[in-house]
Structure formats: structure tokens, C-alpha cells
Design a protein around this ligand. Structure first.
Ligand SMILES: [Fe+2]
Length: 500
């Protein structure tokens, strides 16, 4: 980390103080404290004059200091005063908060308009979905998000929305936001409010007219890229919720699990469940498009862009487990896992650059909804139920050392196109060398006992993550597959949003 320096203030000022002549130099009094300043080669009056000036944020002493146009003793003096914590930032930041808040609200309105247009075409179809989503945002019982009961929108009690992938996704994103970005809840509510206004109806009695200033400002604390990502992903999942594509493609019969079991038995059950689900799912849009590629197309590039976004956030998913008081062995392993994954986004970014993409553009692109969900859902699972996380992670780290012909094909394409292949191959090898396909079993071997309810939730979670993983790849195929020149995801400057 770099050292703090005085030039970092935007509008500094010395706290109001009283000046008096000291025995040797000058004494400044702040409240009950008195600080003696001693100096050589400068007259006391001259120092007193500068000290008086420093109390005024608009004084040109500050300006000249920033430009390096002040005598050395003035700099020494301000550094000394700063070290005594007597300098304060007087710019409250309200202007930047206001402009960020305005930007945030404009984004909300923009995405809301798009969603309202979709809803407006088939209002009858969206009514119930919007009601459920509105309820989801309004319900702030925090316990619901920390105690694993039934998997969301799975059982019969979920009514017509049982097995709805889109609502499950929204459930996880809302739970993620409650824990990690509560400001998003407001942004989503604001967006829904706009949709209801456009549609001319509202599930609750009244629409809050104007958002209180405080909440409006809270959205400004979000990174605008994150805000854009979450507004777009929220709108995407609402949009697909009543459609056929919004329904789950996989299901598991977990009801029959009524007995507790060991962690390793759960690992074996999860492996069997996932392998048979993979089998039943068969090929997908992404696999066929990727296998048909004979060169590095936007589809191949897009895969690396999204992969970069995933790895850029990947280690976050371990955060909730790192702060838990787990058994020593398990804790040590989790920290090792964190270490082994940390910084891997550099590989993906390097591949993107080697494929001719601009690094800043890759960083500024907005992850696809499923890419965001992928990390959000893992983070929520890690927070909610460790065994659910341990079983689900096999989706990412590889199932029983299975090799993917699709990934091999893409790696070969990239390798033959340029020497970026070295990077691609290195990453693949790293995962295998580190034995990450063994992680689920290693973690679960340290879990002695899993209750029936925990098993049910863990298996549902693993299957859900398998579907998220597959849909993420499919959305890559859908978004990048028909591009002739690579275009990034997003709303501004030559980017484009995902459309159904
Ligand atoms: Fe890994």
C-alpha cells in the first residue's frame, strides 16, 4: 500500500484553533489541547499568517501547496499538522453523491423502461410474477435467508411457481443483496415502482411517491458497473420467469431422504445425481456452437470475457466460510483453497488481451445475468449451509475428473490461433495439478454428520448450480454466438444488452 500524503485531500482545512506566541515558537490551541510548533529560519509572524490561512479551505496556500509552488517549510508545516490529525477534509462529497445518485436513478429508469415494455406486451402473464417479486423484495425477515429450510420454489407449497428457475435465481440474488449490497434492494424496488407506474397498476395499496433522499443517496455508494449488472440481471430474470425458458430443466427427488448420513455419503449422492442430470440434459446450445467453431470467433472470445468476470469474483464465494468457526482441519483447507484460487483472473484477462481485446474494455464490460448469478448463488450457499456449498462446488471444480471435450476444443482453437494457448493450458493444468476435482470429497470428509434436511437442501443446491453453470454457458452462446465483431454486454457506448 502506498503512503498517505497531504495532497490527497480534495478541500483540506486546518481545524479552527487559537494562535498564541509560545516560548520558542507558536502555540496552537484546539479545544483543551495545545500544540507547540517550533521552526527555524522563518519568522513567527509569517508562520502565524500561514497557519491562519490554512484554516480557510479556499485559501490559495492550499492551492499553491497542491501545485508544489509553496516554500518547503509550508509543506513541512502542513504535514506536521496532518500528522497531529488537525487537518480535515471539508468537501462532504455531497456533489459526487448527488451526481452518482442521479446516474443511478437514470439507470433504474432506463432498465425499468425496457422491462415495462416487455410487461406491457403481455400484462396478464406478468401480473403474478411481479406480485411474487414485489413480495420478495418487501419481505425482510432476515432469518429466512440464514436458516436452510426447503429449497426456494421447489416444493408444492410454492404453487404455480414450483420449479421456476428464474424465481429461484431472483431469490438468490435478493438474498445475496441483503447480505452484501442492501442498496440494491432499493434500486430494484425503485425499478419495479417505475414498471408498475408504466403498467398503471400496483400489487400494494400505494406507490411511494418520491424516494426519500437518504435512500436515493445510498444507491450512489454502489459501483455503477455493479448497479448496471444487477439491474440488467434482475430485469432478465423477471422477464423470463413466466416463459418456458424460465422453468427448471432439472429436478431431483429429494423427498425420500429421511435419514442422516455422513459427509462422504452426501458427496457420493451428489456425484450420482449430477452425473445423471448431465446425462439427461445432453448437449446444449453452447456445446454445439463451440464445437462448430473452426476459429477464434466472438463466441470463443465471449467465453473468456465471462470467464474473466467469474474468476474476478471467484474467491468471494469463500468469504462467508472463512469467518466461520469451523473445525481446524476444514478451516485450514478453506484458507488453502482461497490461496489457490486468488488472483486467477489474471490468466483470463491475459487470454482476452492476447485475443486482441482491450483490457480496459474487458474490465468495464457488464457480466451477463447468469455470470453474476453464478457467484451470487455460491456466496449465499456458503453463508447459508456449508454442506450445500461443498456439494455444489463440484460443479465448478470438476466432477470425478471428467474432461470436457468442449473446453478442450476451445483451448486448442485458441492455442492454434496464437500463443495465448500457453496461458489457457496453464490454467487448466493448474486446476488439475491442485486436485480441485477432489475438493468436494475432501471438504465433506471432514463433515461427520449431515441431517436429512441438510442433505435435501445440499443436493437441491448442487443440482441448481449445475443448471446455473449450463445456462451460463448457453447465455454466452446466445449473446456472443451471432456476433460477427465482438460486442460487450451493457447499456452504453457501443455495448448491447442481452435480449430474450
Ligand atoms: Fe479451481
Amino acid at each position: 500500500m502506498e503512503r498517505w500524503d497531504i495532497d490527497r485531500y480534495r478541500r483540506p482545512a486546518l481545524v479552527p484553533c487559537e494562535l498564541s506566541a509560545g516560548i520558542e515558537g507558536l502555540t496552537i490551541g484546539v479545544g483543551d489541547d495545545a500544540v507547540d510548533l517550533s521552526f527555524e529560519g522563518v519568522g513567527r509572524d509569517e508562520v502565524a499568517e500561514v497557519v491562519t490561512q490554512l484554516m480557510r479551505p479556499s485559501s490559495d496556500v492550499w492551492m499553491r501547496l497542491n501545485e508544489g509552488a509553496c516554500p518547503a517549510w509550508v509543506r513541512t508545516l502542513t504535514v506536521q499538522l496532518d500528522a497531529l490529525s488537525l487537518i480535515e477534509e471539508t468537501d462532504s462529497g455531497i456533489d459526487s453523491v448527488r451526481s452518482d445518485a442521479q446516474h443511478a436513478m437514470a439507470l433504474c429508469r432506463d432498465v425499468a423502461k425496457r422491462l415495462a415494455a416487455v410487461v406491457g406486451r403481455r400484462p396478464g402473464m406478468y401480473r403474478e410474477v411481479l406480485g411474487v417479486v414485489h413480495q420478495m423484495l418487501a419481505n425482510d425477515a432476515p432469518n429466512r435467508d440464514t436458516t436452510p429450510g426447503a429449497f426456494p420454489f421447489s416444493g408444492k407449497e410454492s404453487g404455480p411457481f414450483a420449479g421456476n428457475f428464474a424465481l429461484q435465481s431472483l431469490h438468490f440474488q435478493v438474498a445475496y443483496a441483503r447480505q452484501n449490497a442492501p442498496e440494491l434492494l432499493f434500486a430494484w424496488q425503485h425499478m419495479l415502482g417505475e414498471v408498475f407506474r408504466e403498467a398503471g397498476w400496483h400489487p400494494a395499496a400505494a406507490i411511494p411517491d418520491d424516494a426519500p433522499l437518504q435512500r436515493l443517496h445510498s444507491a450512489a455508494s454502489l459501483d455503477s458497473l455493479d448497479l448496471e449488472m444487477y439491474l440488467l440481471s434482475f430485469a432478465h430474470f423477471v422477464e423470463i420467469a413466466p416463459l418456458r425458458v424460465g422453468r427448471r430443466m432439472t429436478s431431483a427427488d429429494t423427498e425420500r431422504l429421511r435419514q442422516p448420513c455422513s459427509g462422504l455419503a452426501l458427496a457420493a449422492r451428489a456425484e450420482r445425481l449430477l452425473l445423471s442430470a448431465l446425462d439427461r440434459l445432453g448437449s446444449n446450445a453452447y456445446a454445439s456452437a463451440a464445437l462448430a467453431s473452426r476459429e477464434v470467433t466472438p463466441l470463443v472470445k465471449g467465453l473468456y470475457v465471462e470467464q474473466y468476470h467469474v474468476t474476478d469474483r471467484f474467491v468471494e464465494i469463500l468469504g462467508p466460510l472463512l469467518s466461520r468457526r469451523l473445525k481446524r482441519n476444514l478451516r485450514a483447507r478453506l484458507f488453502q483453497y482461497f490461496q489457490e484460487e486468488y488472483g486467477h483472473e489474471a490468466f483470463e484477462l491475459a487470454t482476452c488481451v492476447a485475443l486482441g481485446m482491450n483490457e480496459a474494455e474487458v474490465r468495464a464490460s457488464v457480466p451477463l445475468p447468469l455470470t453474476a448469478l453464478y457467484i451470487d448463488a455460491y456466496t449465499v450457499l456458503a453463508h447459508r449451509l456449508p454442506t450445500a456449498f461443498f456439494t455444489s462446488i463440484m460443479v465448478t471444480e470438476g466432477l470425478r475428473d471428467q474432461h470436457s471435450p468442449v473446453h478442450e476444443h476451445i483451448a486448442a482453437l485458441v492455442e492454434s490461433a496464437l500463443h495465448a494457448g500457453d496461458i489457457v493450458a496453464k490454467h487448466g493444468e493448474t486446476n488439475d495439478e491442485l486436485n480441485h476435482p477432489s475438493l468436494s470429497r475432501l471438504f465433506l470428509a471432514d463433515v461427520a454428520h449431515v441431517s436429512a434436511a441438510e442433505q435435501r437442501y445440499s443436493l437441491e443446491a448442487a443440482l441448481f448450480m449445475l443448471e446455473v453453470n449450463m445456462r451460463q454457458l448457453e447465455s454466452v452462446a446466445f449473446f456472443y454466438g451471432d456476433q460477427t465483431r465482438l460486442q460487450f454486454h451493457g447499456l452504453w457506448e457501443g455495448r448491447r444488452p442481452l435480449e430474450i
